[in-house]
Design a protein around this ligand. Structure first.
Ligand code: HSE
Length: 412
């Protein structure tokens, strides 16, 4: 019998306990041994829980119990999660976590410590909730040179944008709904300002390109500036606005990576990924595009990925050889301002006719967009391709206009 401890009893933690007990029989069949939860660590009290006898508040009970071979970390946040996980690995206990912040900031270090102690540090649930993506990336796609990864990596923002697109719901109402459904982070600003998606693209990029990509180096923009007007213009263009994380290997060895809202054409692969669903497109040299799709947030999808890691840990002999990347303090992030894309622009003009003349002179042929009840002095259009730098120089030379929105057009 494998004895495990679960650190954290929030949305995902309670889901892990539920899945482990509900599917006990099939899990035992798959692992060849029973998995039993000995401790659940949480500072709160859960007197009505059927597992109330398992709750503890003192981490040292887990650390010093040699019977515990596997620890699940679903507390979230960097501390004390990092200290606890490090101590568990150093004591020869494998760890399965859903904690994106921890993996994105400390992944390389924890993978090294796991190796040194011949145990595993698994984090399938940290990206894409219930979608298997970490394991496919380092095992199934191992024969490929991965060129590029692009994904819708945050369920909350995708849910909000879907509500704005389909129901013209306000940003605030859609966010409230996402929180009620248990999709959002404890502090939802990490969802809406793009930090959560940033952590996830960092994990994928580190794994795909073998050097740690740190969140603080990744240009990140969330969806807080997206308005229902932008959504309507995007629809008029034939597409949607999505929050996209991108990581692409460049010739100089750097990784072009960023998180930002993007206009996607209606027939592109990621445009129809709606609600809380996530999708990750992996472009390999041998496979071409492979797309992983499923529920990216929520209690049971995420818990299922954590429990799958626990099952793998119980079955594993020694540390995984393929799950690692280099611990380095160098910045491998290349400049995203140099890539050529089209842009969607929305602006108000003091004099609409004069602004149109300037736009034609600077941008040449643009695709003009319209919406219902469009004010006469509001202009919206999609440009030809330009780098961010060149586009910004053109925008700086426009006079008598106020730029309201500038969103990249991507083709995933
Ligand atoms: N808040 C996250 C999301 C949870 O909305 O995607 C899953 O990581």
């Amino acid at each position: 019998m494998a004895k495990i401890a679960v650190m954290g009893h929030g949305v995902v933690g309670s889901g892990v306990v539920e899945v482990l007990y509900k599917n006990r029989e099939s899990i035992t069949r798959r692992t060849g041994q029973e998995i039993d939860i000995k401790y659940i660590l949480d500072l709160r009290d859960f007197p009505d829980s059927p597992f109330h006898d398992k709750f503890i508040k003192d981490f040292s009970l887990i650390e010093n119990d040699d019977e515990i071979s596997v620890v699940v970390e679903v507390m979230g946040g960097l501390e004390p999660a990092f200290t606890y996980v490090r101590k568990c690995l150093e004591k020869g206990k494998s760890v399965a976590t859903s904690n994106k912040e921890l993996v994105a900031s400390k992944g390389a270090e924890l993978l090294r410590i796991a190796r040194e102690n011949n145990v595993n540090f698994f984090f399938e649930a940290s990206v894409g909730g219930g979608i298997p993506i970490i394991r496919p990336l380092h095992q199934c796609l191992a024969a490929n040179e991965i060129r590029e990864i692009a994904g819708i990596l945050n369920g909350t923002t995708n849910f909000i944008l879907t509500k704005m697109i389909r129901e013209s719901m306000s940003f605030e109402d859609a966010l409230k709904l996402a929180q009620q459904l248990g999709y959002a982070e404890r502090d939802p600003s990490a969802d809406v300002n793009g930090d959560d998606a940033c952590r996830k693209i960092c994990i994928l990029a580190s794994l795909a390109f073998s050097n740690h990509i740190y969140p603080q180096n990744v240009p990140t923009e969330g969806i807080t500036k997206i308005t229902l007007e932008d959504v309507e213009y995007a629809g008029n263009w034939g597409g949607v606005i999505k929050l996209i994380g991108v990581a692409k290997k460049m010739e100089d060895g750097k990784v072009l990576t960023f998180v930002s809202p993007a206009l996607l054409h209606g027939d592109s692969q990621l445009a129809n990924v709606d609600d809380v669903f996530n999708a990750v497109l992996v472009r390999g040299d041998a496979t071409g595009d492979v797309v992983f799709y499923g529920k990216g947030a929520g209690k049971l999808p995420t818990a299922s990925a954590v429990v799958a890691d626990v099952i793998d840990v119980v079955k594993a002999h020694g540390s995984s050889k393929s799950l690692y990347w280099n611990e380095t303090e160098d910045n491998f992030v290349g400049s995203h301002e140099k890539i050529d894309t089209s842009f969607y622009l929305r602006m108000t003009a003091d004099d609409a006719a004069a602004a149109k003349q300037q736009i034609a002179a600077l941008f040449g042929d643009v695709q003009t967009l319209s919406r219902k009840h469009q004010p006469e002095n509001e202009l919206a259009f999609v440009t030809g391709t330009d780098t961010d730098e060149k586009l910004q120089a053109k925008l700086d030379s426009l006079h008598g206009v106020d730029i309201l929105s500038k969103i990249r057009v991507l083709d995933y």
